[in-house]
Design a protein around this ligand. Structure first.
Ligand code: APR
Length: 319
């Protein structure tokens, strides 16, 4: 039987998620949005491409949680995106309220689902989502690291004129300006990036610029779009996580996961490599960090913790 993926939020990312899932034939799709017309219209529009694309999945739009019942996967993008000049953190107050409503909705209808959160500010919103819903921590995870890593890999491939599939790299920590690019774990065609710096194939200064561009990757797109934030690459990243769960691929992917002592951190969500399989987050993979990476990672965790303190001030129930 086909699996069921519910997309809470049928905006830019939600619509793109639906399109990608349909084209891949990954699962039946329910698009849920408070703006019912958007959900219904996008579901119908994508469904009408099935004779051309040749996919065979059901798509429906709704504003009723009953229709999302017993979903295998739920991907949440409900919320407000950034406008030029805003940081992700500026979205906290409004998106916290929205996520509370969503958490209560999915808790009632799909308590066994694997839940992927994309709404920003990511790490704090996914933490709040887990607390509000009470769903198991290994079943509630945030999408950010795959996107940030993909941005870095793309920038490197463009700079070095090498196809992206030959580059391995990842970005950890919080999904904000403090994210940490793992340069010691970055390889180009199997060769550590540090060697490419030594041999002059890329200047250290240029490499640092690419890392900085990655950190500001979301803002760069917000500035171009003016009316919203990135949606194609975020949707691709969300689908990779859903696919690893549905097909039990056990891929190692950088995601915002609950940390319970791993990396020396307790009781907070942040970006780390995890294994995603049929049981959700099956393992947090602990890689060795250099002392500089460790310092940067801890700074990033502190930024997430501080923002969670701010969230607690907005809603006293968040303990
Ligand atoms: N329940 C369901 N849907 C909601 C709710 C709610 N309580 N509140 C808002 N929405 C819907 C809106 O109606 C809108 O269609 O969420 C959708 C969000 O879509 P966009 O505004 O197009 O935003 P998008 O670009 O998809 O980004 C969504 O993901 O990456 C983050 O920062 C981004 O927080 C933002 C989120």
């Amino acid at each position: 039987m086909k699996k069921k993926i519910t997309l809470i939020g049928a905006g830019q990312i939600g619509g793109t998620l639906a399109h990608l899932i349909a084209i891949k034939g990954l699962a039946n799709v329910v698009l849920f949005d408070v703006a019912e017309g958007i959900a219904k219209g996008k579901a119908l529009d994508i469904a009408q491409s099935s004779p051309i694309e040749g996919f065979n999945v059901n798509l429906r739009g709704t504003n009723n949680y009953e229709d999302t019942k017993n979903s295998d996967v739920i991907i949440i993008t409900a919320g407000v995106p950034r406008k030029p000049g805003m940081s992700r953190d500026d979205l906290l107050g409004i998106n916290l309220k929205i996520i509370k409503e969503v958490a209560l909705g999915i808790k009632k209808t799909s308590p066994d689902a694997f839940v992927i959160c994309i709404t920003n500010p990511l790490d704090v919103i996914v933490m709040a989502l887990q607390k509000y819903s009470g769903l198991p921590k290994n079943k509630v995870v945030g999408m950010a690291g795959i996107l940030d890593s993909s941005r870095l890999i793309y920038f490197l491939s463009e700079k070095l004129n090498i196809e992206a599939s030959k580059i391995k790299s990842f970005v950890l920590g919080g999904h904000g300006d403090t994210m940490v690019a793992m340069l010691n774990h970055t390889k180009v065609d199997g060769e550590p990036i540090k060697n490419l710096v030594k041999s002059g194939k890329i200047l250290e200064e240029d490499l640092n610029k690419l890392v900085d561009r990655t950190k500001k990757g979301g803002a760069e797109i917000v500035k171009y779009l003016e009316k919203g934030s990135a949606f194609y690459a975020p949707a691709s990243a969300g689908v990779e996580m859903a696919e690893s769960f549905i097909k039990d691929l056990k891929k190692e992917l950088p995601c915002a996961a609950y940390l319970n002592g791993e990396y020396g951190v307790k009781d907070i969500y942040a970006g780390v490599p995890v294994i995603i399989g049929k049981n959700g987050v099956e393992k947090v993979v602990e890689i060795k960090l250099s002392s500089d990476e460790k310092d940067q990672f801890n700074k990033s965790i502190k930024a997430v913790q501080d923002l969670f303190e701010a969230a607690k001030k907005i809603d006293n129930n968040l303990k």
